[in-house]
Design a protein around this ligand. Structure first.
Ligand code: NAG
Length: 166
C-alpha cells in the first residue's frame, strides 16, 4: 500500500476520494504572490509576503511561512469572507487550456484582485479580474513560465474535499 505523508501539520492524508461534489467553479486568471522554496524569484522577494497571516487562519494567526506549503491558494476575498468554513482547506482543481492539474491545491487565503471587477470578465486586469492567486512555483508549473507571463488563463473547481485542516 502506498501512503503519502506530508510534513506540514494540518495536512490530511491525501486519499482518492470517491465522488467529489463541486462547491464552486469559475474561470479567470491565475497570478502568484508568495513562495516557500524560491523566496527570491523573477526579480521579486517574497520574504514579507511569506510572513502574511492567511485569511483562513485569522484566529490562530498562521502565516504562509508557518503553513510552509506552496499549495495554498488565495481566492476572491469577498466570497471567502462570506463563508470561510465552506471554502477553507478545500481542494481546488485548476485547469489550464482545459488540462486539469493534479497538484494538491487548497483554499487558504483571500485575494483582493480576485474579488474586484466582474466575475465574468475575460480580459486580464491587474487591478481586478476573477481568478486565483498561487505560489510562484505553482503558477510556474501551471503556466510553464510564470515569470514571463505574470498571469495565466485558468478555470477552477473547488470541491468538497478537505485537504488541510485550519
Ligand atoms: C467575488 O465574490 C463576490 C461575493 O460572492 C461576488 O459578488 C463578486 O462578483 C466576485 N467577484 C469576482 C471578480 O469574481
Amino acid at each position: 500500500m502506498k501512503t503519502q505523508f506530508f510534513a506540514a501539520a494540518g495536512l490530511l492524508l491525501a486519499t482518492h476520494a470517491s465522488a467529489q461534489s463541486t462547491i464552486f467553479s469559475g474561470s479567470g486568471f491565475g497570478t502568484y504572490y508568495y513562495d516557500m522554496e524560491q523566496v527570491k524569484a523573477c526579480g521579486t522577494d517574497f520574504e514579507y509576503q511569506n510572513m502574511g497571516v492567511v485569511e483562513c487562519s485569522s484566529q490562530a494567526g498562521l502565516t504562509l511561512d508557518n503553513i510552509n506549503s506552496n499549495y495554498i491558494v488565495a481566492m476572491n476575498n469577498t466570497q471567502l469572507s462570506e463563508d470561510m468554513s465552506k471554502y477553507c482547506g478545500k481542494k481546488v482543481i485548476v485547469s489550464v487550456n482545459g488540462q486539469a492539474s493534479d497538484l494538491p491545491l487548497f483554499i487558504g487565503d483571500g485575494c483582493q484582485r480576485c474579488g474586484t471587477g466582474s466575475a465574468t470578465d475575460t480580459t486580464w486586469d491587474a487591478q481586478g479580474a476573477p481568478g486565483l492567486d498561487f505560489s510562484y512555483s505553482v503558477l510556474n508549473e501551471l503556466s510553464g513560465d510564470a515569470c514571463t507571463d505574470g498571469h495565466a488563463a485558468i478555470t477552477w473547481e473547488i470541491v468538497d474535499e478537505t485537504i488541510y485542516q485550519f
